[in-house]
Design a protein around this ligand. Structure first.
Ligand SMILES: Cc1cc2nc3c(=O)[nH]c(=O)nc-3n(C[C@H](O)[C@H](O)[C@H](O)COP(=O)(O)OP(=O)(O)OC[C@H]3O[C@@H](n4cnc5c(N)ncnc54)[C@H](O)[C@@H]3O)c2cc1C
Length: 476
């Protein structure tokens, strides 16, 4: 058991008060109550906001969600009422595991030091700001990320019909922000260095590209941004190798990196991203088994289904891994073994692009094509893929929309490797069926023959995901 001064409750310090941090904090309090552990939870948050849905930012920007405050799941006051000593506007500037302290800086510049018995690092990821986006070290007016609630409010206020928006980045945030700008009546250009949604197969992204263009997005794939044109401190265009695209607004959506700059213990940081590598229980100092330092969320690379580490900055993982860590932290204080495991990422993700008559849902799960060659080397997978087209509902129903399902499996073991789905309304969440099969290490035959629901308005008698799996199974 980790010792604390006689009679004093153990202090858990949580750094970062959003998905991972507050999931951990609340679970720690619940477990402490169950186990009868005396626990003090202090949470430090650099911004003014807590437990907000960054995922909802594009929908505030588009106007679909009217008030930015609707993205806040739990306010600072609610956390405090639940027994957490939450301090907003306080940034951790240095973590010192040896002395069990952090150095802090408040918004007004006040510096301080705070001691802890256990620390939960949940600082998320910071959006990438490329050199070309900076002018004299600052972002020009009209250039912004889509990362914080302040960004959401700023985009909602700034986007005016008839203006021109350039979205730099073709990941899912770029796609969602392109939708937002279109819905606000702007002309939208999307610039991507490779393909749009490049973690999907080329075949799937070609379908997405067609949908974006059909909705009016001027999509320019394989476009490298060289700089920004500006006048009086405001952006006026985005400079490419062969052209300048006029812009009133530039959305920076070109990725995120773990926010670990305050950690100077190099042994905790991994790879070019300088990510934390918690084990399945959330420990980042597992080597000496001290159980002092824990982490979850976007500041980490998680363990993927293939066994490799992967950077999958998603709210789904942050919430789950944070909650598991919270339980394990308190078990560790009580002198018990950790039991709550975060099982790792399958690579499941989903997004939607909808404007006017265009509505496309895009989802995937399993090993990325780009990773298959590496993973195959280790595990000798002989991946075979097949795409099957069908409809989301029985053909005679008005709800029926086109859907394409791409299934990948290993020829020898028949193990399901990946599934991608692109299609109209109702297509995307079908991915969860495939994710469930992957989660349990199932085969393409398991996916083809499991008992799934059918009624004409929502499916076909042979569910399309199962037709796709069966056809691939027949070819293996
Ligand atoms: C536009 C957008 C759309 C998204 N859509 C989806 C989606 O549809 N589905 C999905 O699963 N995920 C989505 N995500 C990702 C999801 O929001 C993140 O994965 C999730 O918020 C990660 O939670 P976290 O707690 O790890 O980090 P964060 O939510 O980033 O929280 C970290 C907190 O730590 C604070 N912090 C950072 N450094 C310090 C410091 N040194 N001291 C004190 N505090 C600090 C930050 O201010 C922040 O509040 C989206 C993200 C964005 C930006």
């Amino acid at each position: 058991m980790n010792s604390t001064p006689q009679g004093a409750p153990a202090r858990l310090l949580v750094i970062g008060a959003d998905a991972a941090g507050m999931s951990a904090a609340h679970q720690a309090l619940r477990t402490a109550r169950t186990l009868g552990v005396e626990l003090e939870v202090v949470a430090l948050e650099a911004s003014a906001h807590t437990s907000y849905s960054a995922c909802g930012i594009p929908y505030v920007a588009s106007g679909e969600v009217g008030e930015v405050t609707r993205l806040v799941a739990r306010t600072a006051e609610q956390h405090r009422a639940a027994g957490i000593d939450l301090r907003t506007g306080v940034r951790v500037t240095r973590l010192d595991l040896a002395s069990h302290t952090v150095e802090t800086e408040s918004l007004d510049g006040t510096r301080g030091t705070l001691a802890f018995d256990h620390v939960m690092v949940a600082t998320g990821a910071a959006p990438v700001t490329p050199a070309w986006a900076l002018h004299d070290g600052h972002l020009l007016d009209g250039v912004r990320h889509a990362k914080t609630l302040d960004d959401a409010a700023a985009w909602a206020a700034a986007l005016e019909p008839g203006q021109r928006a350039v979205v730099a980045g073709g990941g899912y945030i770029g796609v969602e922000m392109a939708e937002a700008a279109l819905r606000r009546g702007l002309q939208v250009t999307m610039l991507t260095r490779s393909r749009v949604l490049s973690s999907f197969s080329a075949e799937t992204t070609a379908r997405v590209a067609a949908a974006l263009r059909a909705a009016g997005v001027d999509l320019r794939e394989h476009s490298e941004v060289r700089g920004l044109a500006h006048e009086d401190g405001r952006v006026t265009g985005v400079v490419l190798d062969d052209a300048t695209v006029a812009a009133d607004h530039v959305v920076l959506a070109i990725g995120v990196v773990p926010a670990t700059g305050f950690i100077d213990d190099e042994t905790l940081l991994h790879g070019r991203r300088r990510a934390l590598h918690p084990d399945a229980f959330g420990r980042i100092d597992a080597a000496d088994q001290s159980g002092i330092a824990w982490s979850a969320g976007d500041c980490c690379e998680v363990i993927a289904e293939s066994g490799h580490r992967t950077f999958a900055p998603l709210g789904t993982h942050a919430n789950k891994a944070g909650r598991q860590a919270g339980e394990n932290i308190v078990r560790s204080i009580a002198g018990l073994e950790p039991v709550a495991r975060f099982p790792g990422a399958l690579g499941t993700s989903i997004t939607r692009f909808a404007h006017g008559d265009v509505h496309v849902e895009i989802a995937r799960t399993g090993i990325l094509d780009a990773q298959l060659s590496d993973a195959a080397a280790d595990l000798a997978w002989d991946a075979v893929f097949l795409t099957t087209e069908g409809t989301t509902a029985t053909g005679y129903m008005p709800e029926a929309r086109p859907i394409a399902v791409r299934v990948g499996a290993d020829r020898t073991t028949r193990r399901l490797l990946s599934v991608e789905i692109v299609g109209g309304q109702g297509a995307g969440k079908r991915i969860d069926t495939a994710a469930a099969v992957l989660h349990f290490g199932g085969t393409v035959d398991d996916l083809a023959w499991m008992d799934l629901a059918y009624a004409p308005p929502v499916a076909t008698a042979w569910e399309i995901v199962q037709i796709a799996a069966r056809r691939l199974a027949e070819r293996l």
